[in-house]
Structure formats: structure tokens, C-alpha cells
Design a protein around this ligand. Structure first.
Ligand code: G6P
Length: 362
């Protein structure tokens, strides 16, 4: 079956490698030959009627929501908030008059998200669940569902569901924006751009041996590590840090690079690994100046940079893709760094301690 490991030593590596295929599946399922998007127009209209979108999720899906906020705000002009489900459940924000809720969930079973959806249903607001599991609880209980078609995700650390969710958010935002005649959405050729992403992902997974060397060199014995970035690169940094900490038990923080100087830079010692994500043109030079500050305190800095923003000496170079889709590429080396660091330390990367694939208790 699809869920078998085959020649792979671990599901996590298999699932990392499957990501170019996940992109192609989404194009096939959601975009017609003529470029039109195959999403129920009633759903698009109801989304566009919302004054504000509320994305609710947990864990890696929450991080996919952070990127989703960028996509929805830039392509649809609808203000978008992203909430951790367990926080929203007991302390909901003051809502807009016409809210629309988007639940992101690989499994469709996360109890914290289910609890929020029950509340949303009691309030009588419309909702969409984006999930990998058809007929899951969150799918059944939401007004609408969109499926990821990513195939079963077995490794506890989520990889292909994250990139699948972001790609589907991009397709959805494009369709919504186009319906509203927003230039940015009309000019965003999402099928073409996601094809570039799939090719770029393939190049990155093919280059995994270089990432393995960096993991062995920089992360094998460290006690802690930081991922830093600004804007969309901060979103990526948060997911990259979660990946590394959950499978390698290295204490890792994903930090807004400009905020380091307000306290956290005190943690930088000689050889502390700091991995800088640089894919956002507006903030690239600011993040680079933050890396100078940590270098001056002895940090070992690894740069993950988009080709057009890279400078000599950057260790990991990402193929160029649309500026809104860079998380789909930047996360690949970060997933591989986490995977190889876990193996190097002798852990079962598919079944990290204390964690469950789907958390069905609150
Ligand atoms: C668990 C898993 C994470 C996942 C989170 C949310 O904590 O270990 O990998 O991101 O649940 O799961 P969901 O299925 O709702 O995306």
C-alpha cells in the first residue's frame, strides 16, 4: 500500500521525498487544464463575504496557518487571524461581525481544534476544514471540506501535510482573489508557480547528502539551536524549530531575528547554531545584519537563502520560486536537518518520545 516504507529506513524520509508529488497531486485535483480552479463557487463566495478569516490549528498545522495568513491577506485583501486551537478554545478573540473559520488539520481529529469547531457551530458561523483525512471528525462537522490528497502521513513529525496545506491555501487564496478581480490574484499563475515549486523541491531532496553533512557538523552534539528570520521567513523558522526539537530533542527556538536583541541574544554562546532563513526580499538585509550580531557573540551561522538573495558563503541555496511560496522550499532542508540530527543521535525519528501523531485529548 501507499503507506508502506518500501526501501526507506523511516517514514519521515519517505514523506519528505514525497513532497514534489504532493504538489503535483494538488495541481491535478484542483486546477483544470485551462488554469481555472476546481473549488465549489459557493464556498469561494462565502469566504469572500467574510469580514475576517480565522485560521484555527495546532502544531505544524498552525505553522501552515501562519503562512496562510500571508497568502489570504495578499491575494484576497481579507484580514486574517491565526489562532492556536487550545488558546482560542478558552479565550476567543473579539470576533468580526461576519467571520469565516478555516480549520487546518492533517488528521482531522485533533481534540483542541474539534472543541473550537463545536463552539463555532453553536455560534452558527460557516467553516472550512482543510485536512488529509476524508470523513474525519473535523471534516464531517465543518460546513465545507477541502482534502490534501497527500497520502497517509505516518511519521509523527509532520512534513508533507505542512507543504500540502500551504499549497492548497495558495490555490484557495488565488481562486478567492480572482473571483474578486484582485490584480495580484489574477496575475498569480498558481499551477505554473507550484510546478516550479515541485521541481525545486525535487532538486533539494536530491541534494540531501549535503544537508546530512551540515547536520553532522553543526547539530550532532549541540544542546540548543535557533532558527531566525523575519516576515514569512519567521513563519518558516517556527516550523523549522518545531521539526528539529521534536525529533532530535535539541532545545530549539524559532525567533523573529529583529527581536533577538531584546533578550534572547543573551543565550548565544560560542558555537551556538543559528540558522538564518532568507527568502524575503524586504527583510533579507535586516536578517543578515542580525546574523552579524550573533556571529560577534560566537554563534555558528548557517544561511538558507533563496538563490536571488544569496551571497558567497551561504551554505544552503534554494531555487527561485514565487515570493509567496518560498516556505514550500525553505522548509525542505530544515526537515532534512531535523531528520539527520535525530539519526545521528540514535533516536527513532518516526516515533519521538512523548508525542502522538494525533492528539485526541484536550
Ligand atoms: C500532533 C502531531 C503534530 C501535529 C499536531 C496537529 O501534535 O504530533 O505533528 O502537527 O498534532 O495535528 P493535526 O492532525 O490537527 O494537523
Amino acid at each position: 500500500s501507499e503507506a508502506e516504507k518500501g526501501a526507506y529506513p523511516y517514514y519521515m524520509l519517505k514523506e519528505i521525498d514525497e513532497q514534489p508529488g504532493v504538489m503535483r497531486n494538488l495541481i491535478e485535483h484542483y486546477i483544470a487544464e485551462d488554469g481555472s480552479i476546481k473549488i465549489d463557487e459557493e464556498l469561494l463566495k462565502r469566504l469572500n463575504q467574510a469580514q475576517r478569516l480565522y485560521i484555527v490549528a495546532a502544531g505544524t498545522s498552525y505553522h501552515a496557518g501562519l503562512v496562510g495568513k500571508e497568502l489570504f491577506e495578499r491575494l484576497t485583501n481579507i484580514p486574517t487571524e491565526v489562532h492556536v486551537a487550545s488558546e482560542f478554545a478558552y479565550n476567543p478573540p473579539l470576533l468580526a461581525e461576519h467571520p469565516f473559520f478555516i480549520f487546518l488539520t492533517q488528521s482531522g481529529e485533533t481534540a483542541d481544534s474539534r472543541q473550537v469547531l463545536s463552539q463555532v457551530n453553536e455560534w452558527g458561523y460557516p467553516s472550512l476544514t482543510i485536512t488529509n483525512v476524508a470523513n474525519s471528525t473535523l471534516s464531517r462537522e465543518a460546513t465545507y471540506t477541502l482534502l490534501l490528497y497527500a497520502g497517509p502521513e505516518i511519521a509523527v513529525a509532520s512534513t508533507k501535510a505542512y507543504t500540502g496545506q500551504i499549497a492548497l491555501e495558495a490555490i484557495l487564496a488565488k481562486a478567492m482573489g480572482e473571483l474578486k478581480n484582485i490584480d495580484k490574484a489574477e496575475n498569480f499563475n498558481v499551477a505554473k508557480e507550484l510546478t516550479f515549486v515541485a521541481n525545486g523541491m525535487q532538486a533539494l531532496v536530491d541534494g540531501k547528502s549535503e544537508i546530512k553533512e551540515i547536520a553532522e557538523d553543526v547539530l550532532a552534539t549541540t544542546r540548543n539551536a535557533f532558527y531566525i528570520g523575519r516576515s514569512i521567513d519567521y513563519d518558516i523558522a517556527q516550523e523549522a524549530a518545531l521539526k528539529l526539537k521534536e525529533v532530535s530533542y535539541v532545545q530549539t527556538e524559532g525567533f523573529a531575528s529583529g527581536e533577538l536583541k531584546h533578550g534572547t541574544i543573551a543565550l548565544i554562546e560560542k558555537d551556538t547554531p543559528v540558522i538564518a532563513i532568507i527568502t524575503d526580499e524586504k527583510t533579507a538585509k535586516h536578517t543578515r545584519s542580525n546574523t552579524q550580531e550573533v556571529l560577534a557573540r560566537g554563534a555558528r551561522v548557517i544561511y538558507i537563502a533563496s538563490r536571488q538573495l544569496a551571497v558567497a558563503g551561504d551554505q544552503i541555496i534554494l531555487p527561485e520560486v514565487h515570493p509567496l511560496l518560498t516556505p514550500l522550499l525553505a522548509i525542505i532542508p530544515c526537515q532534512l536537518l531535523a531528520y539527520y540530527t535525530s539519526l545521528q543521535r540514535g533516536y527513532d525519528v518516526d516515533k519521538p518520545r512523548n508525542l502522538a501523531k494525533s492528539v485526541t485529548v484536550e
